[in-house]
Structure formats: structure tokens, C-alpha cells
Design a protein around this ligand. Structure first.
Ligand code: ZN
Length: 224
């Protein structure tokens, strides 16, 4: 009976129209969560390199940053669908794009982890989008996923603050998960990078926990 139920759900999902994760329009889903029209403008633009090439800041605790998309209005809609509209199916879409990037495996990391959400945010949303993305990359790449950090909450990170203010806002926001030692080479995953302050603070803690090198991966990068 359970199998029959699963089969019905599978075929219902497969044949029923699903809104496009960018424009919200309905289309016959044959080729992923984005309709053919939006696919043309929501193409991955992978950038990878030293954080100082893309982000402003004086010192980085992570040595590499890879982003799948450059932020624009279509990518913003895609991220909002993922974060705010329960489109958790996008995790495997992003995971498969990331797993196809040769740049990511050049980093030769031991383990994947994600920037945690505060307990309040996690319970409001019901999931941590960065963790879902990281877990899908783990599934596609065969590299293990492990949670090393927890978010203590505190002040809301202000989107419009400068790098210095944002860095200051982030300090002390994250804690190690108790009694966990970090492997030497870690891939830290987040949804969007703007100033890099969150990635930097998480990387600082990961290094305290034993990491020698932290690489970072985000779905999108905002140029400021
Ligand atoms: Zn669309």
C-alpha cells in the first residue's frame, strides 16, 4: 500500500504542472525547475578564485570562493523560491550544477559543511537552505557532509551594512558544535555571498576547530 502511495505521488508530481522557480509560470516540467524561457537568462555563471578578487576586505580566513550564479533579478527570484517558498527541490538542482564544476574538485576538500541558521530562523523556515544544497552536493560528489557550526543568533545581519560593520555584526555569532574536530580541508557552503563577512567568521571558527584550509561555495554572488 505504501509503495502504491509513493507511485501515485511520483506520477502526480511528474505530470502535474509545476510553477517555474523564477517567473512562477506553469510549464510542463521536463527539464528541471526553471521554465525554458527563464533558463536562458538564469544560466550559471561560475566564478572561482581567491576571495580578494571578488570581495572587499582586509583579511580572509577562507582561501577560495566559488559561486554558481551572478546575482541579478532572475537569480534573486530563484533564491527567494528556494528560501521563502519551500522550493526545496532546488537543492538538487544547485547540487548537480555544483557537482559538475571541475573547479570545485580542484579544491580537493575532505568534507562539506554549511553556514547554520539561527534556531529561530530554522524553526520558522523549517529547513536550512544552505544545508540542503550542501547535502545534495555531498550526494552527487560522494564527499561527506557534516555540521560543524551552530548559530547563536543575536543581531540580525543588516544587508546594507559595509564590510566592516557586517564583520563586526558577525563576530561571535557562530559556535563550534561541541566535541567535533574539523578535518584539514573543508568546503563551507552558503546561499549568497555579498561582503563575505559571514563566510569569513564561519571560516575563522572552523580554523579554530582544526581546519587548515577552508574553501567556500555559494549559489550566488552579489557584486557590491
Ligand atoms: Zn520561468
Amino acid at each position: 500500500m505504501e509503495l502504491l502511495k509513493q507511485l501515485v505521488v511520483f506520477f502526480w508530481d511528474f505530470f502535474s504542472p509545476v510553477p517555474c522557480a523564477v517567473c512562477g509560470g506553469e510549464y510542463n516540467r521536463t527539464d528541471g525547475p526553471v521554465c525554458p524561457l527563464c533558463s536562458r537568462v538564469a544560466q550559471p555563471v561560475v566564478t572561482a578564485g581567491n576571495p580578494s578578487e571578488y570581495l572587499s576586505g582586509r583579511y580572509f580566513y577562507f582561501s577560495y570562493i566559488l559561486s554558481l550564479f551572478l546575482y541579478n533579478s532572475e537569480i534573486q527570484s530563484l533564491i527567494i523560491s528556494f528560501k521563502e517558498k519551500e522550493r526545496v527541490d532546488l537543492a538538487s538542482y544547485f547540487g548537480s550544477i555544483a557537482a559538475g564544476c571541475k573547479e570545485i574538485f580542484a579544491a580537493n576538500f575532505d568534507v562539506i559543511t554549511a553556514v547554520p541558521l539561527s534556531r529561530l530562523k530554522q524553526s520558522e523556515r523549517g529547513y536550512n537552505q544552505s544545508e540542503l544544497f550542501a547535502r545534495q552536493l555531498s550526494r552527487f560528489s560522494g564527499k561527506p557532509y557534516k555540521q560543524f557550526l551552530r548559530c547563536k543568533g543575536g543581531k540580525k545581519i543588516q544587508k546594507k551594512l559595509s564590510y566592516e560593520h557586517r564583520s563586526f555584526n558577525c563576530i561571535g555569532r557562530y559556535d563550534p558544535v561541541k566535541q567535533v574536530v574539523c578535518p584539514e580541508r573543508v568546503l563551507l557552503v552558503d546561499d549568497v555571498v555579498t561582503t563575505g563577512a559571514t563566510l569569513n567568521e564561519c571560516s575563522r571558527i572552523l580554523k579554530k576547530m582544526g581546519a587548515l584550509t577552508v574553501f567556500s561555495l555559494t549559489i550566488a554572488r552579489v557584486d557590491i
